[in-house]
Design a protein around this ligand. Structure first.
Ligand SMILES: [Mg+2]
Length: 368
């Protein structure tokens, strides 16, 4: 899979509704779309899912852009890989920066599947016909929360994730539980409970599906102590930025669930390794979301066709976030499920007209 040229598009698109978490509000989503062109005119698509500001993890759109431009893509253009898993050689020149690496890794897997004239889900062994969808709702007034949950239930979602923080937890979650006794409710704290672990014990009676990332990203030990005190499963998100981090968390009993995000863990190669590890240790997995565009969304759908992804992920319809996405066809949720894409690779292609409208700048990187 010799790469003849890479094209990066830096884009910015307004969300239909601002999205608030314990650490920041996203109104305008900047991001990176990566095209890897082989010598036979085929193109693999990847997406850089870092946010504009370093509130989620330390990476940003700008740091990803720098890593791709200066290190990862020039190194990739020197290689002649036979399989995406061999890209380790390319990544070895850069420490950390999983989201930048994941953009390359996603595009390599997509290209690999397109070259093999197969859907990506088939290449990775996915057997589910549909991916299970869930919806994430930002922190807001309780009335708005209940309205949005009602809308999600009407649309067929069976799981709702609510962003919580100290002062916005028990009351909204209780109201939600009372209004929807049978709904799977997941509370995502984005590390907001550092030093306020006792607040979380009060949530233990609400029958939550899980509490996601209550404490700081690096603190696996205290997550383990917290999990011991809670009946509710702890799910780790930000803490799991690699296979090694997942192995450490499992060894320490820091969680019972891992949210797998292709971008956060450094790509599909690493994500697949984590899925196998979790299966060996009876740790549940589901696919997380990054308010991403249609490219990463299609990669998530492919990943979620693996049999291990048997609870709903942060996968929702493209139209929930965007007026018009940069990839086509759209991800569409019907009765809480998304049909897998049957086309080659991730099964979606760029909507060039829309891409152009939202592009801040594009440039090529060629082998010299
Ligand atoms: Mg999360």
């Amino acid at each position: 899979m010799k790469i003849a040229k890479a094209t990066i598009h830096e884009i910015s698109m307004a969300l239909k509704k601002p999205f608030r978490t314990s650490l920041g509000t996203v109104t305008e989503r900047r991001g990176l779309v990566l095209e890897l062109h082989d010598e036979n005119g085929l193109t693999g698509l990847g997406e850089g899912v870092a946010f504009s500001e370093p509130w989620y993890t330390e990476e940003t759109v700008d740091t990803s852009l720098l890593m791709l431009k200066k290190y990862l893509l020039p190194a990739l253009l020197q290689e002649d890989l036979h399989h995406p898993e061999e890209a380790e050689r390319v990544y070895a020149t850069v420490r950390g920066n999983p989201m930048a690496k994941a953009a390359v890794d996603m595009a390599l897997w997509d290209l690999h599947a397109r070259q093999a004239r197969k859907p990506l889900y088939e290449i990775i062994g996915g057997t589910r016909k549909t991916a299970l969808a869930g919806v994430a709702i930002g922190s807001q007034s309780i009335d708005d929360l209940l309205d949005q949950a009602q809308e999600a239930v009407r649309e067929g979602y069976s799981r709702v994730k609510v962003k919580i923080m100290p002062g916005y937890d028990l009351e909204p979650l209780k109201a939600l539980r009372e209004a929807f006794p049978d709904l799977s409710i997941l509370a995502d704290a984005n590390s907001a409970y550092e030093g306020k672990e006792s607040d979380l014990l009060a949530l233990d009676e609400l029958g939550l599906q899980m509490i996601e990332q209550p404490l700081s990203q690096k603190d696996l030990v205290r997550h383990a102590e917290l999990q011991k005190k809670l009946k509710t499963p702890v799910c780790l998100d930000e803490s799991i930025d690699s296979y090694k981090a997942a192995a450490n968390a499992i060894a320490l009993n820091s969680c019972r669930v891992i949210n797998i995000k292709i971008g956060r863990v450094g790509g599909l190669t690493e994500a697949l390794k984590i899925v196998r590890l979790c299966q060996d240790h009876h740790i549940q997995v589901w696919c997380g979301g990054m308010l991403e565009f249609g490219i990463s969304r299609a990669h998530n759908v492919a990943l979620s066709t693996l049999k291990e992804f048997n609870i709903p992920g942060d996968l929702s319809s493209s139209s929930r976030y965007w007026e018009e996405d940069i990839a086509t066809p759209d991800v569409i949720v019907k009765s809480g499920e998304i049909e897998r894409f049957e086309g080659y690779g991730i099964g979606v292609s760029l909507n060039h007209k829309r891409l152009q409208e939202v592009t801040l700048h594009s440039f090529d990187i060629k082998k010299h």
